[in-house]
Design a protein around this ligand. Sequence first.
Ligand SMILES: *[C@@H]1O[C@H](CO)[C@@H](O)[C@H](O)[C@H]1NC(C)=O
Ligand SMILES: *[C@@H]1O[C@H](CO)[C@@H](O)[C@H](O)[C@H]1NC(C)=O
Length: 428
Amino acid sequence: MPSSPTFSPKDSLISAISLFVFTFLDLLDLLLCYFYRFLDGILEDNPIPCYCHNRAKQEASDGEDIVSETLCRRRNLFREMGLPFLKAKLDGKQYEGEPCSPRWSDCSCNSCLSWQEKGDEKLHVVAMEPSQGKKGEHGMNSIENAFFIHGFLSSSSVWVETVFPNLSDVTRQNMRMIAVDLLGFGRSPKPTNCKYRLKDHLEMIEKSAIVPFQLSSYHIVAHSMGCIIALAMAAKYPEAVKSITLVAPPYFDSTEEEASQTALNKLAERRVWPPLLFGSAVMSWYEHVGRTVCFMFCRNHLIWEWIMKLVTRRRDLSFLFIDLTKHTHYSAWHTMHNVICGGAKSMDKYLEVVRKAKIPVKIIQGDKDQVVPLECSFNLKAKLDPAELKIVNGRDHSSVIVGREEAFTRELEDTWFSSKNCTKMSNG
Ligand SMILES: *[C@@H]1O[C@H](CO)[C@@H](O)[C@H](O)[C@H]1NC(C)=O
Ligand SMILES: *[C@@H]1O[C@H](CO)[C@@H](O)[C@H](O)[C@H]1NC(C)=O
């Protein structure tokens, strides 16, 4: 909902506290920068430089390889004051090793490291094959595919545990479902010699799913950040994509130059309230504070899972909880900036291709979404008319799927079957 410009006492109180808290965090992040530089120097053979210190170098690089400007240009009061004792330069060593052993601040449990044993780096893929083989009795001459892309701090479980069990028999018999864990998340590789740009994510999807399954025709379903990757895919393979369902897509109306900063400021506004926004802001603005949070939670995820099981007295925890810690700070930090902020620059270009190719698009969002503003769906709808827009009452960023699995799955099937000649697939 558009926020009203009226000035309430509560608002100004929140603003005042926010100013205070974020000024403190600015300082804390700089101090932590020193702390980590010192420890990395001791504990890592080849320390990975942070973005506080190689700003000039980052800004100098250009072309395809550029990383999001939001990595280097995050305003920090104290850094801007240029405190001299904080200006020391790192050796200038750029990290260029093999996908290396975990950083000392990352978890090294078996499940977090399993990807390193496999040799060839591919994404974790969950595929559900159609029960009726290549030629179903409903006359489809080739299998149709649905490809699922999850959002930030999530994994393929968000689909496998919700949509997959609720698919109708007709879909089960005739369609192949494929869900991936994105690079750096869930059970997929989390290398430290990669910048997790949009094109890195796309290449991994191609290598792990498109090529092995020979996908030449598919529907895409994506949630949140996954929508950016979905649109990039559709723009690259407009003939292959039969429909796109975008759930809570982070799309802002902005010029190309300002798109990255707009995305950062809207998704991670520096405010202490509501709490989810505060969390996003801390993790997106502060490289070192964020690393500390990951150090506490991701590195010790086994302990937290144990505590949660004790507290909730349940044997298996919700995938929503488990997926929150299945990344490294390096993978999440770079993906946040390079896909969500960096990718924002290319969205209009992708949308233009999608519009020209007349790919049917359906947008779904809960009206109580606190992560992605509702304006995003309206922006996108306006840009992509005649896209279909469904606002679900009383649902937030994840409960638009979780908790209404069956209704959500029907919405997907409606899109798949109406976008193609699928009258044949309906029973009868
Ligand atoms: C739909 O999915 C939910 C969550 O996995 C599950 O509890 C429910 O039983 C499923 N419904 C059907 C009809 O399978
Ligand atoms: C779609 O339906 C039309 C008319 O029923 C038919 O001519 C056409 O071949 C169908 N296309 C596909 C891809 O099945």
